[in-house]
Design a protein around this ligand. Structure first.
Ligand code: HEM
Length: 148
């Protein structure tokens, strides 16, 4: 996934107006590993804190430590950065890996709400956050393994 670099002109030279603008990955746009780590930490902190994310929290085991590391590794690659997850575990097979957990629309929606709050809390750019949230929704929806 790539996004356009911010549109500030890089030069005052008119000849440069026709050259394609630089493309940056979402990983770069969000601020690299420290920011992805911050996002994941806030995401799981909120999952523990927010009462209205109860079903999502209950779908997880008592400790979220493993999930924190794995989501961080996964998201780095998913956003176009280093493939930490694949180098450790191979193909993500995300849907298969989520089959042991009961995931319906409540869990899906809470996952996306939780991620939206985490992005807001750490100050992800609003437009980037909205784009990411749409992609997250697609992925979370694909993870549903219950009818309701
Ligand atoms: C739809 C709602 C979701 C629920 C209820 C859910 C729940 C879970 C649970 C319970 C685990 C296991 C955590 C552990 O090992 O302690 C897990 C792992 C994981 N989840 Fe989700 N998840 C959801 C959506 C997503 C989405 C949208 C993504 C990616 C964008 C994602 C990425 C991951 C990853 C990478 C792991 C680690 C998998 C592994 O290596 O075993 N999850 N999730």
């Amino acid at each position: 996934m790539v996004i356009q670099a911010p549109s500030e002109p890089t030069s005052n030279n008119d000849a440069d107006q026709d050259t394609p603008r630089e493309q940056v990955t979402v990983f770069e746009a969000i601020g690299g590993e420290p920011r992805v780590r911050e996002l994941v930490d806030r995401f799981y902190d909120l999952m523990d804190l927010d009462e209205d994310l109860r079903e999502l929290r209950e779908a997880h085991g008592p400790s979220l430590d493993n999930a924190r590391d794995r989501l961080f590794w996964f998201l780095c690659g998913w956003m176009g950065g280093p493939d930490h997850y694949i180098s450790r575990f191979g193909h993500p097979r995300l849907r298969a890996r989520h089959l042991p957990f009961s995931i319906g629309s409540a869990e899906r929606d809470q996952w996306v709400i939780c991620m939206g709050r985490a992005m807001r809390d750490i100050g992800v750019d609003e437009e980037l956050g909205e784009r990411l949230l749409r992609s997250f929704f697609q992925t979370a929806d694909w993870m549903r393994n219950r009818q309701d």
